[in-house]
Design a protein around this ligand. Structure first.
Ligand code: BES
Ligand code: ZN
Length: 591
């Protein structure tokens, strides 16, 4: 037995699944999916095929011709789920099953939790290790498969997938039902499997790009993302031809737990990006960048997650730089560094080993150790390499990296070996081992520099020592400047200052969630009374973990009053949170 991924039972000595054919029947009343998964292997099995499942009820397993096969479903492991072992010498396995209402990848939403309020909604989020709760699979990014998926659902709903849509079909036998068929012709790892269904409409933004959203938010979404076509062209100029045909966007209901998810051909996005001023499209640049770094060149397991995210933050900031200039890139990098330092401090108390780039996550739930270390420390390492060799040489290295490893999954050791071979001058100047296997951030890490950044920081610095800035200066701030300014203010401030900031600049009413949450976290922690209700309202409206955690932590740290607000808010809001978000916040509240 050869297991290469600590989070999967898949055995590398057995055949790999190369094509998956899924038939999924959605039942919104019971919150279950009745499914058939036909797994086609790259060669005949030699006695056994080992699969990952979590909370699946298996009703039968056959070979490709319908002959029953023996199988064994093991005890459920709290992190990995239940191993399914099928006795077979064939090259196809068909599993009939149904999902659990508590499937970790699937969130079923009541109509009240959508923008329209009239139709239910369902979506999947398979990264990191949740695809196994939707269908039995080798749930490790080492294995890539193509897909054909049929989704059956009530006729007034629409299904969309991270795949090419083929057709919509009326069901003769069930007049109240329809089904949608999709195909994913390029092989993808299981964590990139994704679908959503609900009252979903769409609008074309360009030749290769379309935005999908509930009709109620479609206008806003189409406006906010209208420049994505040119972003795609910029990205191609940097990283090579876009390899996935289409780059469509799906604006999710507010409970979506991430800012974005790079599902191939159809990026899923939080509606909190709809700031009405295009100030948060950096998240779209990030998910687009994953089309190369992550979806094309993929981490071999969550131990190597920094290869996905570090490279992608680097690529995202190259796109931002190309579109908006070096000043804006520097602001993004500076915000990233501040957030990294906060996470390193938090993790150093919990387990300093989690501040390394390459990790050993055996026995560890990847959702529980999610942090910005793979993102921002990974970014800094790549910038250090770039600064060591110059941009031209680094760009050649990047192009080679993508070409060499396209459509494959690589470990950190593969990266190190490749860097030594393809970027020897960089490796001579940058201590790769210290970056990758050491804890914390090296002292000589690159630092973002810009005059605008310095000016904003100086202003925040003076304010911190008691000198209130001139209102006119702040009035002139763009969204990014506000974010940097807020991130540099102290964690608590005098209530009259919060009142001044709030009343003069309407920060608690900002459409930009980074500003809103940045302000509310300071204000709530400082006991500024109006912030309690505003924070509570925000926490009941959105489920993006990036906002839940700081607001809940700020409330808890404020004291008894804040704690009470936090507990009361969580009691009301938790049913609407994604299961992963729910458990992360339960941890914060110690409940
Ligand atoms: N792939 C991640 C989201 C993710 C990571 C989901 C791990 C589940 C497990 C996505 O690309 C991401 O990084 N999103 C960020 C965007 C930000 C860094 C611009 C987010 O959600 O905040
Ligand atoms: Zn990412």
């Amino acid at each position: 037995m050869v297991t290469l991924d600590p989070h999967s039972y898949a055995d590398a000595a057995e055949p790999d699944v190369k094509h998956t054919r899924l038939d999924l029947d959605l039942d919104f009343d019971t919150r279950t999916i009745t499914g058939t998964a036909r797994l086609e292997l790259d060669r005949a099995a030699e006695g056994a095929l080992t699969l990952d499942t979590r909370d699946l009820a298996i009703t039968g397993v056959t070979d490709g011709d319908g002959n029953a096969l023996e199988y064994e479903l093991a005890q459920r492991d709290p992190i990995k789920g239940a191993r399914l072992r099928v006795n077979t010498n064939g090259d196809a396995v068909v599993v009939r099953y149904s999902t659990s209402p508590d499937a970790s990848a699937i969130q079923w939403l009541e109509p009240a939790m959508t923008a329209g309020g009239a139709a239910p909604y369902v979506f999947t989020q398979c990264q990191a290790i949740h695809a196994r709760s939707v269908f039995p699979c080798q749930d490790t990014p080492r294995v890539r498969a193509t897909y054909h998926t049929t989704i059956h659902l009530p006729r007034d709903l629409v299904a969309v997938m991270a795949a090419a849509p083929l057709r919509k079909v009326e069901e003769a036998a069930r007049p109240d039902r329809v089904h949608f068929e999709f195909e994913m012709p390029q092989p993808i790892p299981s964590y990139l499997f994704a679908f959503a269904a609900g009252n979903i409409a769409s609008r074309d933004l360009g030749e290769r790009t379309r935005v999908y959203a509930e009709p109620e938010v479609l206008d806003d979404a189409a406006w906010e993302f209208e420049d994505v076509g040119s972003m795609l062209e910029r990205a191609e100029a940097l990283f090579g031809a876009y390899p996935w045909d289409r780059f469509d966007l799906l604006v999710m209901p507010p409970s979506f737990p991430y800012g974005g998810m790079e599902n191939p051909r159809l990026t899923f996005l939080t509606p909190t990006l709809l700031a009405k001023d295009k100030s948060l499209v950096g998240v779209v640049a990030h998910e687009l960048a994953h089309s190369w770094t992550g979806n094309l060149v993929t981490n071999a397991s969550m131990n190597d997650f920094w290869l996905n995210e570090g490279w992608t933050v680097y690529a995202e900031r190259r796109i931002v730089e190309a579109l908006e200039g070096v000043e804006t890139r520097a602001m993004h990098a500076a915000l990233g560094r501040d957030a990294l330092d906060r996470d390193v401090e938090r993790l150093t108390k919990k387990d300093p080993m989690l501040t390394r780039l390459e990790n050993d996550l055996a026995g560890v739930d990847p959702d529980e150790v999610y942090s910005l270390v793979p993102y921002e420390k990974g970014f800094l390492l790549l910038v250090a390499l770039e600064e060591a060799v110059g941009r031209e040489a680094f760009d050649a290295f990047l192009a080679k990296y993508i070409e060499r490893f396209a459509f494959s999954s690589i470990t950190t050791a593969d990266f190190e070996a490749f860097a030594k071979e393809a970027l020897p001058e960089g490796v001579a100047k940058v201590d790769l081992a210290a970056w990758i296997h050491g804890t914390g951030v090296p002292d000589d890490a690159p630092v973002a520099k810009s005059d605008k950044l310095d000016a904003i920081r100086a202003l925040a610095q003076r304010y911190s020592s008691g000198e209130r800035p001139d209102a006119g200066q702040l009035q002139a701030f763009d969204a990014m400047s506000w974010q940097v300014f807020l991130s540099k203010l102290p964690k608590t401030m005098a209530v009259e200052e919060l009142k001044w900031l709030d009343e003069t600049f309407a920060l608690a009413a900002s459409n930009n969630y980074e500003i809103l949450v940045g302000f509310l976290a300071i204000a709530a922690r400082s006991g500024y009374e109006p912030a309690f209700a505003a924070a509570s309202a925000t926490l009941q409206h959105v489920g993006r973990m990036k906002y839940l955690r700081p607001l809940y932590v700020a409330l808890v740290e404020q004291g008894e009053r804040g704690k009470a607000v936090a507990k009361e808010t969580f009691a009301r809001a938790q049913a609407g949170y994604h299961p992963v978000a729910r458990s992360v916040i339960a941890g914060v509240l110690g409940s």
